[in-house]
Every structure is written in C-alpha cells, then in structure tokens.
Design a protein around this ligand. Sequence first.
Ligand code: F6R
Ligand code: MG
Ligand code: MG
Length: 383
Amino acid sequence: NKITVSVIKADVGGLCGHTLAPDELLEVCEAVLEEAVDEVILDYYVTRCGDDIDLIMTHKLGCDNEKVHGLAWRAFEEATKVAKELKLYGAGQDLLSDSFSGNVRGMGPGCAEMEFVERKSEPIVVFCCDKTDPTAFNYPLYKMFADPFNTAGLVFDPSMISGFKFEVHDVVGHKKVFLETPEEVYMLLALIGDYEKYAIKRVYRRKDNEIAAVVSTEKLNYIAGEYVGKDDPVAIVRAQSGFPAVGEVLEPFANPHFVPGWMRGSHWGPLMPVGEEDATPTRFDGPARIIALGFQVCDGMLIGPNDLFADKGFDKAREKALEMADIMRRMGPFQPHRLPATMMEYTTVPKVLKALEDRFIPLEGLELIEEGGITRKDRGDVE
Ligand code: F6R
Ligand code: MG
Ligand code: MG
C-alpha cells in the first residue's frame, strides 16, 4: 500500500504580464481535481508561485501514471480556457501540445513525483518556485543532504550517517549518474556547481535506498534538442526520523543563493524564500521566489499545509535577498547579472552579429585561432 505524491505545475497565463496566476485559474483547477477525488486521486492542494499553478496530489497509482497526468493536463486545459477568455498574458503558454498523449513529460508542464510506504508519521515539504529553473535546487539539496554544517542529522542521526545518493542529470547530454556522499562529495560538487549542464533529479537514503527528494527537471532547457525556455521548478522532500528535520530542509534558504532565471529568463538573481501570500514577483519580474509548504501525509490525505517560509525566522533572508538583488541590478546588461549565452532564454546576439557581419575587421599581427580551437588545461586523472 504505497502512496504517491505528485506535484505537477504549469504556467497557463499571468495577470498583468508574468506576475501572477489569478484566483480564477486556481479555482478552475480545484474544481477539476475535486471531481477526481476517490476516482483518481486521494487528496489535493492547489497553490501558485508567481505565474505558475502547482497541483499537489496524492494517489495510489504510482509515478508517471496516465490517469494522474491526464487529470493535471485537463485542469491546465480548463484553466487555459479561462486564461484565454480573460486575455491573460501568455495564456496556455506551457501546454506545448494540443492533445495529451499519456504523460506530461516533454509536453510543457513540470512534474516531481515520489512513491513510498507511508511512515508512522510522514512529514513532507513541497517547494514551488517562479522565475528560476530546476538547477536552483542543486545548491540547497547539496546542503540538506550532504553538508553537516547545515544538517546536524548527518552527524547525529544513525540512519543518516551512511549518507545519501544523488541522481544527477546531464541535461545537455541526456544521461544520468549516481553519486554517493560523503565519499564522492567533491565529484558531486564538480558536476552540480555547473548550472549549464547538471541538475539534481533525485536523492535517496543510502541505508535502504528510500526516496528522500525529487525535483521537476522535465523542461530544463531542451526538449528534442531545442531550447524551450525555463521551467519554474517544484520539488518534494521527505523530512524527519531518518531524513533531515524540517528545519534542516529549510535552512539552506536562510542564506539566499543566486539562481538563473530572473527577467526574461536571462539574468542571475537571488532566490527569495516567501510565504504563499508573497509569492508575487514583480520587481524586474522577480526576484525569483520559492515557497515551502509542509504537509503531514496521513493515509494518503494531505494534512496542512503549514506555510513554512511565512515564518519571521526568514525575514532576514528576505532582506538579504533584496540586498543581493540591488547589487545584481547595478550590473544591468553586463555579466554576471546577465546569464552566459548558453543559458539565456532568448537573445538578440546572433542578430546583432549578423547586422555587424560586414563591419568586423581582422585583428592584425595575431595568430588566428580556429573557432573551437581553444582548449583548457586539465589536471591529470582522478584517482
Ligand atoms: C517570463 C519572464 C519574464 C518575461 C518578460 C518579457 O518567464 O521571466 O521576465 O520574459 O516579461 O516578456 P515578453 O517577451 O513576453 O514581453
Ligand atoms: Mg508566464
Ligand atoms: Mg513562471
């Protein structure tokens, strides 16, 4: 008797640009999910972060289930109808296909799902973001599951002392690798510190291979080789007794880090932890937000949520994030505010280069290096 938690999200339209998924859309989604209770799902909670709608659902059908994904797709389709009626901005933008074909993966919406046998008490934290992409979770998941200065339980809880296993996706090369901490922590960091290529998809507890965390990475940059934009991500993390405590799960966000995805999906900015009420990014279309909803899963029902970042304990993090935002904003179109070319959602640079084609003049007296001819030193073999 396993329970599955599925969080499926999409942006199907914003009230005034890309700032907010309005109540009207959430209500439509709730109505669709309500009808499916008992038939497909056990319970649900609908929320938003900025212009993204997040459907949090429980059921017994396992991950990647056609009925559950179809239900989410239907909710987003119905919401899209309303979004179009109201001429909301970007109405239907994340439904990349006109018809559902079994699974939302690769079709626009993002999804994070995990299946487990419910523990005696099953606290979970659902994170929902806007104006960033799935790599936003690389740094906090590392801290939660591999940094004893963040997670005291890695040192003091016997179930955690053998560490965790990270499933890391190479989103450019379409392959994955499993790395085990603490032994392989440096190799893990060598990969996940690179947001252009690597995203953490799942974390498992090594002791028994129990699922601990999962992130939506579907639309990360490339579907079928084409850049289709950012995917404001969601994640699910299990907490307590053998997993990080709720406070250890939240602690990485007390010191905000920089994430890609601000304005036009093309700038770095801080990730600001906020309560549901404040998940309304407007300054320079941001800065990126993250909400954390705590639930107790009880016989498959969602008890809660507890709006975890609404706590005053995160006021200072918000202040810091806003200071970081000011510092970045000063740079305008210059790096490091602006993302590297490979990570920008869209760019005019190829057009600018085309317009200047005839105006570029070779530099005299310098040896010509063929494009792609520059290599970097490597430092010998990894033992
Ligand atoms: C969307 C986003 C926004 C838009 C910006 C321009 O994810 O982050 O910052 O990119 O509002 O939108 P357009 O090009 O539609 O005017
Ligand atoms: Mg939008
Ligand atoms: Mg969004």
